[in-house]
Design a protein around this ligand. Structure first.
Ligand SMILES: [Zn+2]
Length: 109
């Protein structure tokens, strides 16, 4: 599991829970990967591309569905897993870039 801000708050590491990408919602796995407009759009497009059209149910439901439907370890499913894994990686990387750049800006002033 990724250390989103809601978790960092639960662990007592930070008190700042707002998402650095939109500044309007709390940063949770649901929000960051599915409910935030831009990342929700990325998932929709990737699902269309991978012919996995099924809407956007949220983090836990999507993982369960993917684990069930990409179980068969053939070449096509391997490619789909790589594409979806890369999407998670890219979204998290963008989140970290936004997070740490804003932290650096805040300490610069
Ligand atoms: Zn957000």
């Amino acid at each position: 599991m990724l250390a989103t801000k809601d978790r960092l708050c639960e662990w007592g590491i930070t008190t700042e829970v707002k998402c650095n990408l939109c500044y309007s919602e709390n940063e949770t796995m649901e929000h960051l990967f599915f409910k935030y407009g831009y990342t929700g759009y990325i998932w929709e497009r990737l699902q269309q591309y991978c012919k996995l059209c099924r809407g956007n149910s949220g983090w836990h439901e999507e993982l369960e569905w993917l684990a069930k439907h990409l179980k068969k370890d053939d070449f096509i499913n391997q490619i789909k897993k790589i594409v979806l894994g890369f999407a998670v990686y890219s979204i998290w990387k963008e989140r970290n870039k936004s997070q740490f750049q804003s932290t650096m800006k805040a300490t610069d002033t």
